[in-house]
Write a protein that binds this ligand. Sequence first.
Ligand code: SAH
Ligand code: MG
Length: 196
Amino acid sequence: MINENIIKQIKDYAELNNVPIMMDDSMSYIMKYIKDNHVKSILEVGTAIGYSAIMMCSVDPNVFITTIERDEKRYLEALKNIKKTKLEDRIQLIYNDALEVKVEDNYDLIIIDAAKAQNQKFFERFEKNLNPYGTIITDNMGFHGLVMQESDEIKSRNLRQLVRKVKDYKEFLEKNIRYETTFLDIGDGLAISRKL
Ligand code: SAH
Ligand code: MG
């Protein structure tokens, strides 16, 4: 079991430093998914400070995670947090851009939770690393409620483009016949794509 105090410290740090960690409901859903589906290996794109990786690892002592982060400050904070929780043996942290790094292993579950405009690129880059009948879960499909808004209500041009990208990615998933994707209105929106 992981020390509740350490988890609280990590969440407080995230809040104070505006680190967009996973929402509680999404976290609980994914943890239950790992348990129910006997997930043993996970690849995560977007570590931030290690919060979601640590939580996923806490589900079962047989879970192993590889997680990728390109921001140095967050990577260093994640390293610290993983040491504090004594999960160095089960969480492999890669400090690199996920669109550059070569990943050879295969995983039962892939979590996409990095730059939202790049979701399709991450999906296409890492689906070769998915085990047969594996699942890819993408976070922030609702994009903080913005995906549901009319585009002329969104003031900034950059933000409109980003929302467009999230919508395009949704369409990409819907049309992808090699996966069955379910969109869940949990937390900031999750896409659950099961490989057929
Ligand atoms: N999964 C984390 C939150 C991740 S926030 C949690 O719930 O605890 C998204 C992170 O993805 C940010 O820290 C950002 O630096 C990182 N990121 C964005 N694009 C990336 C890329 N191309 N490669 C690696 N990391 C990336
Ligand atoms: Mg997220």
